[in-house]
Ligand binder design. Structure first.
Ligand SMILES: *[C@@H]1O[C@H](CO)[C@@H](O)[C@H](O)[C@H]1NC(C)=O
Ligand SMILES: *[C@@H]1O[C@H](CO)[C@@H](O)[C@H](O)[C@H]1NC(C)=O
Ligand SMILES: *[C@@H]1O[C@H](CO)[C@@H](O)[C@H](O)[C@H]1NC(C)=O
Ligand SMILES: *[C@@H]1O[C@H](CO)[C@@H](O)[C@H](O)[C@H]1NC(C)=O
Ligand SMILES: *[C@@H]1O[C@H](CO)[C@@H](O)[C@H](O)[C@H]1NC(C)=O
Length: 844
């Protein structure tokens, strides 16, 4: 299964926020990424600015955009936006354009999905300061940063002669759009003749593969115009298979026609202008990608003569892939490169020509079979886990990579090149050696990019352990250095969950989401997650879900995704546990080996016989979907449960629960070191406490302190996981769905308890109005052809608006349909539109 950046976007975005009744005081935290290094997911686009040396950006499909630094590292953009539930879909960057006239201008086309996975329309995010800040311009249609064909498309383009003019080629049948005011407003180009007819799988009932890919790329012929006037000639590639798929305008977009003589056999993936040659280089594939494509071609269109030439580097049985990335060396007209989109075996392939495609040389060639002559040396020091033996056991060792749609040569430095793969960015600084010695240095160059989807985190001892989508997961020997290897032996693409044994915390269980082609999906470690043994009690093709390991490490309770709840002791065959629902959240007691806990709909379940049988002990208020059960590591029977109805606490093995006041919804929860010895563990929660965010309580849940801030919202709260740290008070780790793992340490002073929300102020939501929102979450890797999508219905209750019209505190509600409260924020905060129902005071 190819690495792609695992997606489980849970579309909490559609859930309405409860209005803030009373502000929760906050404490400043310092947030940093735990370094995995190397990216960890698909990088569909890399763009160099042609006018400012060294200015380049990369876009990802679920992890935002990044800016290149002079030392080869990358800085994540989009921190400036909070990425709370209203903006999680900004992490899907479908296109990126950097302004050749005013290089400080940057545009991102953002959105998650064009099908039902994402209810929100897309945005063009406009920056005038090279990505430090952005202003969103909402589009009247959806944008799919994580849709099929997301690497084929580079659909946002700025007129190089008149940079107020932009084109955006939409997907899903929405056609070509144009802005004449630097992206602020957009209008459909009604004269453009095609919206694209190709969909990867028109029969896909999820709507994911049946969506039309649409407009693929827009390329201005800068040589056709003069500075200050709209460029007359514009080429547009469209996802049409077997019919006209490259159009041209010669009158600045007023009228359009098919480029004569084009070959429409395959889909045009890239159309790259070589201005000094007055040529357009086009790569084609028979699939939209990023995974597919078994045939393709490369053509040169000579703009001066209107002649097309087939310059495909290989033919016959050597051609078993389509083509993706195309690069031209702006300093050396005629030097071009093209990447095989997916050569799955023995490795990816890239070709280079210095004579405009007349002849080519490859990145590797067969020697005496099975020997391969690699015309490069490879370094993975920035992300050692990417290297030989760890890349992907199901594919063999792909050093060069796959899903190669982004391929660029620095316009100011012919030696500097970069390309995106399904897992990282690679490239180097001695590319001209390709033409002299035919041997270049190739490195993973994605330092700073963290775009993984994190499924679970635990920190039972000195080390953090992560379950990660697509790249397995890691034992983190360090938070600041990349891990040496992924989980190995067994190795699965996606680890779904982890747990440790309370009485012997070096004993760890992990479960995977694969089928039997990846081996059985349960593994055990007795050295804290560094090495593993297959649990042969598991059966083939049973996978996914949640896992709990008994206190003495002999019993595994597994709420699988495929076969209900299962249980195994001493690695014997797993047997069914019919008394616990197949949707249950589960946990083990951390001291008593016989005790497991479960929670499903409104019921809390207890097992006192090692998970063989469960019985209902009590009710969790009005919960319909418990999210997480956590257990005090030093007190048996001291249990917390988060759910769509809030946060619940029991100290008697679940015989009774107290609903924590003021919390209307809670997702991930975790315990960490107490503030002082003798006090209760610090409790961390992703929750709705007068607003969705991340909170900490130092007093057993009475008072809560907000610990996230406007620059750190971590995406969709309901998709994330948490773990605390039992050795460092205040520290919490947040696993995100697209931006890797963050760890936060308190750096500001904690507010006094009296200023935090109290039960009397928040529990009073007298005349409440209910709104029901259907949200969907996609919970399987999109790299598998049979992706599953679960639909959940969640209800939120919006309490009546307060009648006060005074100044609204930080993060308070300041507007929205039916809102009659204050609309003016305290100093330093601006009332910011979130959605029709909710505006919030955000730091200005
Ligand atoms: C168009 O391209 C296909 C695939 O490369 C090739 O087989 C076919 O001969 C080409 N058609 C023409 C008219 O050149
Ligand atoms: C375009 O055609 C002209 C005339 O044949 C030729 O001189 C020029 O080299 C061609 N350009 C490219 C990039 O092939
Ligand atoms: C390219 O250079 C590397 C490092 O020196 C070497 O291992 C490799 O064999 C060379 N490739 C060829 C085809 O000579
Ligand atoms: C497991 O599923 C794979 C396909 O995903 C199938 O090829 C294989 O036969 C299945 N194995 C068993 C034991 O059912
Ligand atoms: C563990 O729990 C079981 C079931 O409630 C109980 O019988 C047993 O005494 C407990 N063991 C310890 C050491 O507390």
């Amino acid at each position: 299964m190819p690495i792609s950046a695992y997606r489980k976007l849970s579309l909490f975005a559609a859930v309405l926020a409860a209005p803030l009744v009373n502000a929760v005081a906050s404490q400043t935290y310092t947030w940093k990424n735990v370094k995995i290094g190397g990216g960890g997911g698909f990088v569909p686009g890399i763009v160099f600015n042609p006018s400012q040396k060294g200015l380049a950006y990369a876009r990802t499909d679920i992890g935002g955009a990044y800016k290149l630094n002079a030392d080869d590292t990358w800085t994540p953009l989009l921190y400036v936006l909070s990425f709370r539930y209203t903006t999680w879909n900004y992490w899907g960057v479908a296109a990126l354009a950097t302004d050749p006239v005013t290089p400080s201008r940057l545009y991102l086309a953002c959105g998650g999905y064009t099908n039902s996975f994402d209810p929100n329309n897309g945005n063009i995010l406009i920056s005038t300061d090279s990505g430090s800040t952005f202003t969103p311009s909402k589009l009247p249609f959806k944008v799919g940063g994580n849709m099929p064909g997301r690497g084929m498309v580079q659909r946002l383009a700025i007129d190089p002669n008149s940079n107020g003019i932009l084109y955006f080629g939409a997907g899903a049948g929405n056609g070509l759009w144009k802005s004449t005011n630097f992206g602020q407003t957009w209008a459909k180009v009604t004269s453009f003749p095609s919206v694209g007819t190709y969909a990867p799988d028109p029969t896909d009932s999820s709507g994911y593969n049946s969506e039309l890919i649409g407009i693929a790329w827009v390329t201005f012929d800068s040589t056709s115009g003069t500075s200050g006037t709209a460029t007359p000639r514009i080429f547009v590639g469209v996802a049409n298979l077997g019919s006209t798929n490259i159009f041209v305008s010669n009158d600045a977009g007023s009228t359009w026609s098919a480029v004569a003589g084009q070959n429409t056999t395959y889909l045009p993936h890239k159309g790259v202008l070589s201005p000094k040659e007055k040529a357009l280089y086009v790569s084609y594939s028979n699939g939209a990608g990023p995974y597919d494509g078994t045939l393709g071609s490369v053509f040169k269109y000579n703009i001066s003569t209107s002649v097309w030439t087939d310059i495909t580097p290989v033919t016959g049985s050597d051609l078993y892939f389509g083509f993706g990335g195309v690069a031209v060396d702006l300093q050396k007209p005629g030097t071009i490169m093209v990447a095989a989109l997916n050569s799955w075996w023995p490795d990816g392939q890239i070709y280079r020509s210095t004579d405009s495609g007349a002849t080519w040389s490859p990145f590797w060639a067969w020697g005496n079979y099975p020997d391969i002559n690699k015309y490069y040396s490879y370094s993975d020091t920035l992300a050692p886990w990417l290297g030989i033996g760890t890349v992907d056991t199901t594919l063999g060792d792909l050093q060069i990579g796959w899903m190669m749609e982004a391929l660029v040569i620095d316009p100011f430095d012919s030696n500097h090149w970069l390309y995106g793969t399904g897992a990282t960015i690679q490239g180097g600084h001695n590319l001209l050696n390709w033409d002299s010695t035919h041997n270049v240095s190739l490195s993973s160059l994605a330092d700073g990019i963290e775009e993984t989807s994190v499924q679970a985190l635990i920190k039972p001892g000195a080390n953090l352990i992560s379950a990660v989508g697509d790249i397995g997961g890691f034992f983190h020997a360090s938070l600041t250095a990349p891990p040496a290897a992924e989980f190995m032996n067994p190795k699965w693409s996606t680890t779904a969950d982890l747990d440790y044994a309370g009485n012997s915390p070096l004993n760890i269980v992990r479960i995977g989401t694969g089928d039997s082609t990846q081996g059985l999906q349960v593994a055990l470690s007795s050295d804290g997650g560094q090495t593993w043994n297959q649990d042969y009690g598991a059966a083939a093709n049973v996978s996914g879900g949640k896992v709990a390991l008994s206190a003495n490490a002999d019993t595994v309770l597994w709420r699988s995704s495929t076969n209900g709840v299962l249980r195994s002791q001493y690695t014997n065959a797993f047997t069914a546990v019919p008394s616990l629902p197949s949707t249950a959240a589960i946990a083990s007691d951390k001291l008593n080996n016989s005790i497991f806990y479960g929670a499903a709909s409104s019921s809390f379940y207890l097992s006192t016989d090692g998970g063989v049988t469960f019985s209902v002990k009590s009710t969790l208020g009005s919960s319909t979907s418990p999210f997480k059960v956590i257990v005090n590591p030093t007190v048996s029977g001291d249990v917390w449960v988060s759910s769509d109805a809030g946060l619940f606490h029991s100290t008697n093995f679940g015989s009774s629960f107290t609903a924590i006041p003021g919390i209307s919804q809670a997702w991930a929860i975790a315990l960490g070191a107490p503030k002082s010895s003798g006090s209760y563990y610090a409790i961390f929660a992703a929750a709705n406490i007068g607003g969705v965010g991340y909170f900490r309580s130092d007093d057993g849940g009475v008072n809560w302190i907000r610990i996230d801030d406007v620059a750190h919202g971590f995406g969709s709260a309901s998709s994330n996981c948490l773990t605390g740290d039992f050795s460092t008070y205040g520290r919490v780790y947040i696993g995100t769905n697209g931006r890797g793992i963050f760890y936060g340490d308190a750096s500001g002073t904690a507010p006094p308890p009296s200023t935090t929300v109290s039960s009397t102020t928040t529990s009073k939501s007298s005349s409440s109005t209910s709104s029901t929102t259907t949200t969907t979450s996609k919970s399987s890797s999109i790299s598998s052809s049979s992706s599953s999508k679960s639909t959940t219905t969640s209800s939120t209750t919006t309490s009546s608006a307060p009648t006060s019209t005074g100044t609204v505190p930080a993060f308070g509600q300041c507007g929205g349909q039916g809102w009659t409260g204050g609309t003016v924020c305290v100093a330093g905060y601006t009332c910011t539109f979130s959605n029709t129902f909710y505006s919030q005071c955000i730091a200005s």
